[in-house]
Design a protein around this ligand. Structure first.
Ligand code: AMP
Length: 587
């Protein structure tokens, strides 16, 4: 197949924004493509060489190298080409310009074929290590020598990773259905096959070689990502429950990175939400799955969340992103441990679970997952009462989650791969109260430390002062921000105030249940990320909302305020004011 055919198509696509026309041009292109080339043609129109999930090297040649190749192929200086690039703002156009004025004319032109272009581009993408720049340069220059001006334009854009024709996957699916299946009903079959394989090239090739019948053998497979199911959004518990049939499963919406984990024996592959292979970022998660996912073959989904090394508390999403930027993954694993919260199972031991309703999948998840410190099943509760939903939501937020995802438990609550539908509804906050100032809070209780913190405290229960009632009301647990020395000295520092019951001036709910109580005496300066509503803390109870108090989210110990008496701590009233004045709309 001549590369010129593809380039004519690129040019037409660039000139239209109409989806109908794009589909027509695609159909035309597919009809003139031999079946064994259709996958490559599709990848090329998407500006790549392989489906993303394979994680194979893609094109992204440096501009400098492309300029050298143009210079070598057409006999103009790099300076001239650079100047043209500045004038036209597009190296593809500059290549086209010089190609049409080339100084070395080949006596025996070899028209470019798609086969050759694909093979050579793949060689360029894969070249690495010593001598690879020279190799890339000579392959690219070789292609340019045989190219027409229009082909030079698109070759250059492709190697730079800048083709960007903007053809949506759905448009390609439309065109595939029209070309090879010829019926509307077929469109959904084609789409389904794509949703469970995430590979347009693969689907196209089956259609082109075996027709619609061939799609029957397309199955969920370990190693090939399933396009993820997404959630709709509503902002009132009543609306959510109504939409979902009065009753649903509310799950914590963890604030981390979504992963789809594929397991076969000991081999684990992790895909991101965009279905890129991110296995290398999380060797620890792979190990947790090897140990805790009790099936020979399985595909599960969950959210990876950064946790505090010492307390196991969840950390904000930003912390997780530090992993991205670090290269020494072994070290980062220790400094920034993560927990995987699993919320779905899509496949197990040869059987696809996509068509099973939610509750059945959830049971399967419980059956095949052995929970451990770093591998958990998402917290969930079946709820039919808006008030209870609200309470569960506040609990989730306070623990470091973004909110809830409320999931349908109806018989049709299947896993809709690749779709955003009302089977899952997310409930996030519209407003948040960012904390800009620190507060001074009183230690009223503590939790025993585990692991590295055995023998000292894992977290302290902190309270604000209510100056009307002369009592102390709880507002957060703080386990972060202590130096090792401060941690080690905690037992001694707190020993004089230890009592075996809740102090009468402390107002706390029973859910808070610390392991130790103290007479309110010591004051610490605390900085949090924000103030949220809380179903378990008593500070500000009923002031903002009937059944909620206030909590400080992601609190961090700054220093002791030994100069302050407990009655000089931040008051409940001040915290309520801070909550109100720092309230901001979340975009
Ligand atoms: P959003 O990114 O706001 O559209 O919310 C959907 C995302 O929430 C999903 O893609 C997941 O990454 C994440 N998430 C966290 N917890 C859950 C859960 N329990 N169920 C489904 N998605 C969850």
């Amino acid at each position: 197949m001549l590369y010129a055919v593809l380039c004519d198509f690129y040019e037409k696509i660039e000139r239209t924004t109409s989806r109908t026309l794009m589909t027509e041009y695609l159909v035309e292109l597919f009809k003139s493509t031999p079946p064994n080339l259709i996958d490559k043609v599709i990848y090329l129109t998407q500006g790549k060489l392989h489906p993303d999930y394979l994680g194979l090297p893609e094109l992204g040649v440096a501009e400098k190298l492309a300029i050298k190749a143009i210079s070598r192929a057409y006999g103009f200086s790099e300076g001239e080409i650079d100047a043209k690039l500045k004038e036209l703002g597009d190296l593809g156009l500059a290549a086209e310009f010089y190609c049409s004025r080339k100084r070395q004319v080949s006596l025996f032109p070899h028209p470019l074929t798609v086969e050759r272009v694909y093979k050579d581009l793949d060689r360029i993408a894969r070249a690495s290590g010593e001598g690879s720049q020279q190799l890339k340069l000579s392959i690219l220059a070789g292609l340019l020598v045989d190219a027409t001006p229009k082909e030079a334009r698109y070759l250059i854009r492709t190697v730079l990773g800048a083709l960007r024709l903007g053809i949506a996957d759905m448009t390609i699916l439309d065109a595939l259905a029209i070309t090879y299946a010829k019926s509307k009903e077929a469109r959904s079959k084609v789409e389904y096959a794509y949703n469970i394989t995430s590979d347009l090239g693969y689907i196209a090739r089956i259609l082109a070689t075996e027709g619609l019948e061939g799609l029957k053998k397309v199955k969920v497979e370990v190693g090939r990502p399933i396009r993820v199911m997404l959630a709709e959004r509503l902002s009132s518990p009543t609306e959510i429950l109504n939409k979902i049939g009065g009753k649903g499963a509310a799950e914590y919406k963890y604030d981390g990175e979504r992963v789809q984990a594929h397991k076969r024996g000991d081999e684990i592959v992790l895909f991101s939400r965009r279905l890129e292979n991110i296995t290398a970022q999380y060797p620890d998660v792979c190990q947790y799955l090897r140990e805790g996912l009790l099936a020979e073959e399985a595909i599960v989904e969950g959210e990876v969340v950064a946790v505090n090394v010492d307390t196991g508390e969840m950390l904000p999403f930003q912390e997780l992103m530090h992993r991205r930027r670090k290269y020494d993954i072994e070290k980062v694993m220790k400094e920034l441990p993560v927990t995987l919260f699993l919320f779905d199972i899509l496949y197990v031991n040869g059987e696809s679970l996509l068509m099973k309703p939610y509750l059945e999948r959830r049971n399967m998840l419980k059956k095949y997952v052995r929970e451990s410190e770093h591998l958990k099943i998402a917290e969930a509760k079946i709820i039919d009462d808006p008030k209870e939903l609200e309470k569960f939501f506040e609990e989730a937020v306070e623990k470091g989650c973004e909110g809830l995802v409320v999931k349908s438990i109806a018989p049709n609550s299947i896993y809709r791969a690749g779709a955003r539908e009302w089977l899952w509804i997310k409930y996030k906050r519209d407003y948040k109260s960012e904390m800009v100032d620190t507060v001074d809070l009183v230690v009223v209780g503590a939790y025993a430390g585990k692991g590295r913190r055995a023998g000292t405290y894992g977290a302290l229960l902190m309270a604000a002062y209510d100056d009307k009632e002369d009592v102390f009301k709880t507002v957060c647990k703080v386990g972060t921000g202590f130096t090792d020395a401060e941690l080690a000295s905690l037992p001694d520092k707190l020993a004089p105030y230890k009592i075996d019951h809740k102090h009468p001036r402390v107002v706390a709910m029973k859910e808070i249940a610390p392991d130790y109580w103290f007479t309110p005496a010591l004051v610490a300066e605390i900085l949090g990320a924000e103030i949220t509503l809380s179903p378990v803390h008593t500070c500000g109870w009923g002031e903002i909302k009937p059944d909620a108090g206030l909590a400080i989210r992601f609190p961090r110990f700054i220093r002791w305020r030994d100069d302050k008496s407990p009655e000089q701590a931040t008051t409940e009233k001040e915290l309520i004011e801070m909550y109100r004045s720092q309230l901001k709309k979340i975009s």
